[in-house]
Structure formats: structure tokens, C-alpha cells
Design a protein around this ligand. Structure first.
Ligand code: UDX
Length: 446
């Protein structure tokens, strides 16, 4: 079977490479000429573990090709996946223009029945709207299947190949059977395939992400309480997580959820609920809590070092999470912006995202450093903002020697508090009691 994947971004390219690995011939189309040229030369334009290898393996095998010619790809394919971005146009309002534009182009190019599969995250009712738009352009029959993607950056291939579930929202048996057949290799690992209608599939994607947002904000609120109560949040999270109704995942406190999906999708769900005359106070609360976490951390830093103005603050981690160079809606970048606004000099290092951070924030007081120890050099305080594994094994003595000051803010609980304290740091983590010092060690996990 031939399929087309429209969009060679983080969702589209992963899905295209994985479908090609299922043995399907995939035409991956994007209107970004430079991106397509790079992919044709075997260069993947962003960090995703294993993706380069998978793309190149399938390209060499002739199952994955790249093009900017959408009409040509459409004519050769029965199924057209759409994985274009839906970044906010205004807060809470995803930009659906690229999706509708692709729909129009498909309508104009198709000469026989097609199945359009929407992978992009879209508000409830969008597939129906898309169908109406396409019908204005063509009388040829088609179906739309809503197949939301649940990939996480950093483990996207594993998530695609071993999904918790595949959701297929369809309005006809024919289109459902065709798309179900594409996912046949997943039957072997007994991945649940949920067949439902388009609207349920669309809403379920938003509800999943909003639930994760709530879970993260919940543990962040408990972490704030643990700070005041002198209790270790990880012990509390362990007790919670062993209840199978709750589960242990997404109970790690930090400076809040970021990235291109959770914040945007949570906003969009709230906005579409409002449009439908409905309030979502729990979800709105989770979003508000998320926004407050950077200021909470800044207050802790100010308590420890006094005024921030003219201070040098070392920052470790800029990406919104480890194993990616993505800084979109990164809370670490928000924290850096707050520091710069307060007049600090920021010396930052991220193992993958230095370049992306420099492109996002240009400020004379933001210095991007080649490693963690350089970021700490002569700093008055150090803040760990992304939990890269390499930050878990830092040489505390070397760090301390490199610095001017002795304040360590560990926003992701990467560092063993008492190890830091032994080297003379005043340590402040997330939900590990108040500031730990030599005289008053940290509350460690049991
Ligand atoms: C998320 C969803 O997990 C995925 O299903 C959806 O398809 C896209 O959005 P992703 O953005 O790749 O995936 O990252 P994820 O690993 O979910 O983390 C999102 C944010 O939450 C990160 O900023 C991360 O640091 C934060 N997070 C996650 C926490 O602060 N604590 C946790 O316990 C888990």
C-alpha cells in the first residue's frame, strides 16, 4: 500500500518512518524545501533518539521518500495522513489554517476515493468542519479518520511501535477497515485499537493531555506543601503511585509542564469548553498552578541570595525536558527570562538546546556555555532546570570550587541533597523540605 504523510515535523516524520518500517511505501511531503532537501540527504532536522537511523534505513530500502509535491503524492496514495502543526494562533486557539489548506489541496488533487487521517491535535468537531470544506471543492467520495498521536519527544519511536492504544475515530466501516489494516503489525503486540467516532477521538486526545497536566500540577502543589511541612515529596509520591488507581508515572515535581503539547492542548481544551458553555475548574486550576512555579522558584532564590540584580546565576538545562533540543514553552526558558528581567547575568548550559535557546532569547546578559562547570564558573547561585542524566553525576566539589556563591536550586531534584550540602552548598530542591544546609541536612527519601 502507498500512503502519504503530510508534514515532516516531530509527529509526521516519526509516523512516516515507523509506517515505512511496517513495510508500507510512504511519501513524506512538506512544503519546507530546505527540510525536504535535508531529509533527502539523510539529515533529520531535530533530535529524536533512533529517528535518523530509522529514516535512513527505510529510505535506502525504498519505502520512504521525501517530496514537496503534494498533488503527486496524493494521486499515488489511498490514505493520506495529515500531521501539520496546530500551534496557537492566539492563546487557546490552535491555528487550523494549515490543516484546512492541506484539505483543500487534497480535494483538488484527488481523482478517486481517499481516506484522510488526521494526526494533528485538533478541537472537537474539526474533522466534520474539514469534511464540509473538502465537499465544497470536490464531489469525489472520501472519509476522514481521526487518529490522534500520543508520542512523547525522546521516546517517540518506542511510543509509536509499542503504543498504549491506537485511537481510530471514523465515520465509515470502510475507512476504519483500511486504517486498521495499516496498524496490523501492532496486533502482534496486542496494542489495543479503539474504534470510535471522530469527535470522541478528538476530545480523548485533549482529555489525555489535560489529565497529565492535572497530575503534574497536583504533584507540584504537594511539593510546595512538602517544602513547608519538611516532608519529602518523593516518599509521598511513592505511596500515591502504588495505588493502581493512581499509578506512579507523571508524579515528578519540577518547574512545571512545558513543550509543544501539554500547555497548548490544556489551553485549547479550556477554550473549547468555554465555547461550548462549560467551565473546567480543575483543569484551569492545573494550568494556573503551572504558570506560578517559576515565580515560586525565583522567590526561593531571592530568599537565598538577596537581590538578583547584577548577580551571576548559573543555569543547567534549557530544554523543556531531557533528550530533546526543544525549547518550545520550556519553563526553564521562562525562568531564564525572569532572571534576565531581574537584572541577572545568566550563564546557561544545555547538552542539546544551547543553539535553540540562543535563537529564542537574544539578550546581552544571556551567555551560553560549553559545559556545566563553565556555567557555574564565578556564579553566585546555580539552578538545575532540566533533569538531564549528566546533571545527576556532577562533581559537587568541582562545581562548588568553580562558583563564587554556595546556593544550589535543584528544580528537578536531580542532585543528592546531602552530597551537595557536604561540599558546602545551601541546597533547595522541590518538595524536599526547606533549604538544606550543613547544620540542617535535607529530608531524604526513605
Ligand atoms: C506530551 C504527552 O506525554 C504525549 O502523550 C503527547 O502526545 C504530547 O505531549 P511531551 O511533550 O513529549 O509529550 O512530553 P512529556 O514527557 O509528557 O512531558 C511534558 C512536560 O511535563 C515536560 O515539561 C516535563 O518536564 C513535564 N513533566 C512530566 C513533569 O514536570 N513531571 C512529570 O512527572 C512528567
Amino acid at each position: 500500500m502507498n500512503v502519504t504523510m503530510v508534514g515532516a515535523g516531530r509527529v509526521g516524520l516519526v509516523a512516516a518512518a515507523c509506517l515505512a518500517d511496517f513495510g508500507i511505501k510512504v511519501h513524506c511531503v512538506d512544503n519546507d524545501v530546505r527540510r525536504i532537501d535535508a531529509l533527502r540527504e539523510g539529515r533529520v532536522p531535530f533530535e529524536e533518539p533512533g529517528l535518523s537511523e530509522l529514516v535512513n534505513k527505510n529510505a535506502v530500502a525504498g519505502r520512504l521518500c521525501f517530496s514537496t509535491n503534494l498533488p503527486d503524492a496524493i494521486r499515488q496514495s489511498l490514505v493520506i495522513f495529515i500531521a501539520v502543526g496546530t500551534e496557537d494562533e492566539t492563546p487557546g486557539s490552535p491555528n487550523l489554517k494549515p490543516l484546512f489548506e492541506v484539505g483543500k489541496q487534497i480535494a483538488r488533487a484527488m481523482e478517486e476515493y481517499k481516506v484522510l487521517v488526521v494526526k494533528s491535535t485538533v478541537p472537537v468537531g474539526t474533522s466534520r468542519r474539514l469534511a464540509r470544506e473538502i465537499m465544497k471543492e470536490t464531489s469525489i467520495s472520501f472519509d476522514i479518520v481521526s487518529n490522534p498521536e500520543f508520542l512523547r519527544e525522546g521516546s517517540a519511536i518506542e511510543n509509536f511501535m509499542r503504543p498504549d492504544r491506537v485511537v481510530l475515530g471514523a465515520s465509515s466501516h470502510q475507512s476504519l477497515a483500511i486504517v486498521r489494516d495499516i496498524y496490523r503489525p501492532l496486533y502482534l503486540i496486542e496494542a489495543p485499537i479503539i474504534a470510535t467516532d471522530n469527535e470522541t477521538a478528538e476530545l480523548a486526545k485533549y482529555a489525555s493531555n489535560a489529565f497529565l497536566s492535572v497530575k503534574i500540577s497536583f504533584i507540584n502543589e504537594i511539593a510546595n506543601l512538602c517544602d513547608n511541612a519538611g516532608v519529602n515529596v518523593h516518599d509521598v509520591a511513592k505511596v500515591l503511585g502504588l495505588d493502581r488507581r493512581i499509578g506512579p508515572k507523571f508524579l515528578h515535581p519540577g518547574i512545571g509542564f512545558g513543550g509543544s503539547c501539554l500547555p497548548k492542548d490544556t489551553r485549547a481544551l479550556i477554550a473549547s469548553a468555554h465555547q461550548l458553555g462549560c467551565e473546567l475548574p480543575v483543569i484551569e486550576g492545573a494550568y494556573k498552578t503551572n504558570v506560578t512555579l517559576c515565580s515560586y522558584l525565583l522567590e526561593r532564590l531571592k530568599n537565598a541570595v538577596g537581590t538578583i540584580e547584577h548577580k551571576t546565576i548559573g543555569v543547567l538545562g534549557l530544554a523543556y525536558k531531557p533528550l530533546t533540543d526543544d525549547v518550545r514553552e520550556s519553563r526553564a526558558m521562562d525562568f531564564v527570562r525572569l532572571l534576565l528581567k531581574e537584572g541577572a547575568v545568566v550563564q546557561a548550559f544545555d547538552p542539546a538546546a544551547n543553539a535553540a535557546a540562543a535563537a529564542l532569547v537574544q539578550h546581552e546578559n544571556l551567555l551560553l556555555m560549553p559545559d556545566a562547570y563553565e556555567a557555574a564558573s564565578n556564579a553566585d547561585a546555580l539552578a538545575v532546570l532540566t533533569e538531564w542524566n549528566e546533571f545527576r553525576n556532577l562533581d559537587m566539589q568541582r562545581l562548588k570550587k568553580a562558583m563564587n556563591g554556595h546556593v544550589l536550586i535543584d528544580a528537578r531534584n536531580c542532585i543528592e541533597p546531602n552530597e551537595a550540602v557536604m561540599e558546602g552548598f545551601d541546597y533547595f530542591g522541590r518538595g524536599r523540605g526547606t533549604m538544606a544546609t550543613k547544620e540542617q541536612p535535607a529530608v531524604v527519601a526513605v
